[in-house]
Design a protein around this ligand. Structure first.
Ligand SMILES: [Zn+2]
Length: 382
């Protein structure tokens, strides 16, 4: 079969076109359609494919293999027919904004800091680029600022198609082996990079470029970003979140961080006070309830293991036997058992033989968890 004519290289803004159906093959739930020409850009180089309609039938995915472009549809189209096709251009334009923005950011990282882009992913929900160097918060902000300034200069994005011999003499970023027919996307004063994807005609169409997050990678960094329409949506969602939260807290959105820091501090102080009160109350109750018993076996809902350990430590000197505190936690009980006179490791061995229980520690104190019920736990301490 002949290679599909790639209309997106003739006009990257082509929204609709007519084409002849050369082949329509059923494969699982899909019908895979080959046209004589297409403006649907196939998935490649980390970018998801275009979507749209062929003869009114939705196109969910487009792939390319040996120059032939395959359109995945959910219904058949008769072979030999001339069909009307439409690219979902809002989505495509968003991809063009992001892809051109990515070139500008990667080119600036290359020029300014010597780092290379070693990975790129662009889909409906994700836009990321990977670099082989670490980038600090300040460096990211500096590159982002330069990229936005260059966007506003509204430079034309141009293309070069050098021969293999010419390409060897040119200076441009390239992730693949040099070959005949290479396409170099040039953003004057910013970047030159081998790339097959559609781009905006002028940098101004990107509008805005925003770094939205980072992930540390081994020997590098992954940068999440948004450009154009996506950058506006990202900023809108942040503004809405800040405004709604500030309104809920009755403060200015610019004072949110200080307000939340204060609330966290208050909450920690209250938690500390509450834990002290729970501890005192539990000790008082235990001393009253088990006044004539050799052991103490307490169940407490709202305390953490540190508080449990302090309670056990305080009650141990008052008992001949063991002090155990059990805290319910998702169908199990976490526990601490201590004793000033008995060997807790021996008790641990005995309990492990008899019950569903995991624990470890020293002669004076063990810590663990058990799947046994409260009724069974009441028989733990001999
Ligand atoms: Zn590219």
């Amino acid at each position: 079969m002949i290679k599909t004519k790639e209309l997106y290289y003739e006009d990257q803004y082509m929204k609709s076109f007519t084409a002849t159906v050369l082949e329509c093959t059923e494969k699982g739930a899909d019908y895979i359609i080959v046209l004589d020409q297409t403006a649907f850009f196939p998935e490649q180089g980390g970018q998801s494919s275009d979507t749209g309609l062929i003869a009114g039938i939705p196109v969910s995915k487009v792939t390319i293999s040996d120059g032939i472009i395959y359109h995945y549809c959910n219904d058949a189209v008769p072979e030999g027919f001339l069909v009307e096709c439409t690219v979902d251009f809002d989505r495509r334009f968003s991809f063009m904004q992001c892809h051109s923005g990515e070139h500008m950011f990667s080119g600036t990282v290359h020029n300014l800091l010597g780092g290379e882009n070693v990975g790129f992913h662009l889909s409906d929900n994700t836009a990321t680029m990977d670099f082989n160097i670490k980038l600090t918060k300040e460096e990211l902000r500096k590159v982002e600022t330069i990229v936005n300034q260059k966007i506003w200069e509204n430079a034309p994005i141009i293309y070069r198609y050098p021969t293999l011999e010419e390409a060897k003499e040119l200076d441009f970023r390239c992730k693949i082996d040099l070959m005949e027919g290479i396409r170099i996307v040039v953003i004057p004063g910013v970047d030159a990079c081998a790339c097959c994807a559609p781009h905006v005609a002028h940098t101004g169409e990107i509008g805005l470029f925003k770094v939205t997050g980072t992930e540390s990678k081994k020997d590098g960094i992954r940068v999440h970003f948004a450009a154009g329409q996506r950058a506006l949506e990202y900023i809108n969602s942040l503004c809405d979140c800040a405004t709604d939260t500030a309104s809920y807290l009755s403060v200015s959105s610019l004072n949110l961080l200080e307000t939340v820091k204060g609330m966290k501090e208050d909450s920690q102080n209250l938690k500390f006070k509450l834990s002290g009160l729970s501890e005192a109350l539990l000790i008082k109750d235990a001393e009253a309830l088990f006044s004539s018993e050799p052991n103490i076996c307490l169940f407490a809902d709202d305390i953490d293991m540190n508080t449990a350990r302090r309670i056990v430590n305080k009650l141990m000197p008052t008992r001949e036997g063991y002090v155990g505190v059990f805290i319910p936690s998702s169908n199990r009980h976490n526990f601490i058992i201590g004793s000033n006179t008995k060997d807790c490791t021996k008790l641990c061995s005995l309990l492990s033989e008899k019950y569903d229980l995991k624990a470890g520690g020293s002669a004076s104190m063990i810590q663990g968890s058990t799947a046994e019920s409260k009724e069974t736990i009441l028989h733990f301490l001999p």
